[in-house]
Design a protein around this ligand. Structure first.
Ligand code: PMV
Length: 308
């Protein structure tokens, strides 16, 4: 059996989404996660870059996957003696690109493929969330949906829908090389919200407004305005202490080299940033500038990859 999912990035609405505002996430189909599973091993066996060995002795960071596999076999009504899982990942870990949800989704898809059973979106989501709950405590579900989605996703208070995309433009995503601190930044913002609500709440509401306007830009091909919205979102997140000097430096470098807009993406204080460019040529110039400003890795992503 074979299953494929992909990385994701949040275009806009991270953090404010925790307070009930909308967010938009994009599957990154060119950053692939693949799982293969076959019968034959004497016991369940797991091979990935992070770990090779019996499924029973998976390290703590991967125990969510084990739970997802068990829930999946339960759902399928299968009790195989030995399964051999092989994971091949292009999705970096702990960068806000959804690697944990992507592995779980690929494994679930591979198992349903092995037993030739149809897999609907809700079942896939539920099984990936089994893993995500163990890996992340209280996951919004955004990663579980976006890493197996065909199209960009609009997310608000647990409701998801596919977004129509008419935008022309190219994204550059860059990794600071620093582990993202999602758990910490979410907790810090929560504490600040409680202590200084009159300062924090207007910014969260504003991030929600920016996200709704961004949705219109995607649907009506307004890249220049989308760039402005991304810039303001970054400024709002920075004012909420979610950015870092490294993220700010990459955002400034992208803007100085012709990006229409740029912002941190995901949990912040590390992890990745994203820039919007007019075309592929502009994107490759921005990617070069980001690498020269200390980015560890960049990815170029075209809207044309999504179904019309
Ligand atoms: O770091 P990521 O890409 O998993 O994004 C976290 C997004 C937050 O809004 C900060 C948290 C959440 O649970 O939605």
């Amino acid at each position: 059996g074979h299953g494929v999912t992909c990385g994701k990035f949040i275009l806009i609405g991270e953090h404010s989404v925790v307070y009930g505002e909308p967010a938009i996430a994009m599957p990154l189909h060119s950053v692939r996660m693949s799982a293969r599973v076959a019968h034959g091993a004497p016991e369940h066996w797991f091979e990935s870059e992070l770990y090779q060995g019996p499924l029973a002795r998976l390290p703590a960071s991967l125990t969510g996957i084990k739970a997802a596999i068990e829930a999946c076999l339960e759902e399928l009504g299968e009790r195989p003696d030995g399964l051999n899982f092989i994971i091949e990942s292009e999705v970096p870990t702990e960068r806000g690109m959804g690697s944990s949800a992507a592995v779980a989704g690929a494994v679930v898809r591979a198992l349903f493929d092995l037993y030739r059973r149809p897999l609907d979106r809700d079942t896939l989501f539920a099984l990936v969330q089994v893993s995500e709950r163990i890996a992340h405590g209280n996951p919004s579900g955004l990663d579980a949906v976006a890493t197996s989605a065909a199209a960009p996703i609009h997310f608000q208070r647990g409701e998801f829908r596919d977004l129509p995309i008419a935008l022309t433009g190219v994204f550059v995503i860059a990794d600071t090389g620093i582990k993202g601190g999602t758990r910490q930044t979410v907790a810090d913002l929560g504490a600040r919200f409680a202590a200084e609500r009159s300062e924090v709440e207007p910014r969260i509401l504003r991030l929600g407004k920016l996200t709704e306007e961004a949705r219109g830009c995607l649907a009506h091909d307004r890249p220049a305005r989308l760039g402005e919205l991304m810039n303001e979102a970054h400024a709002q997140l920075a004012a909420l202490d979610i950015s870092s000097p490294e993220l700010d430096r990459l955002v400034e470098a992208a803007l100085a080299h012709g990006a229409l807009g740029a912002k941190l993406t995901g949990g912040g204080r590390g992890g990745c940033m994203v820039a919007l460019c007019t075309d592929a040529e502009a994107a490759s110039a921005v990617a070069q500038a980001l690498l020269a400003s200390g980015a560890r890795q960049t990815w170029i992503h075209r809207f044309e990859e999504y179904p019309a």
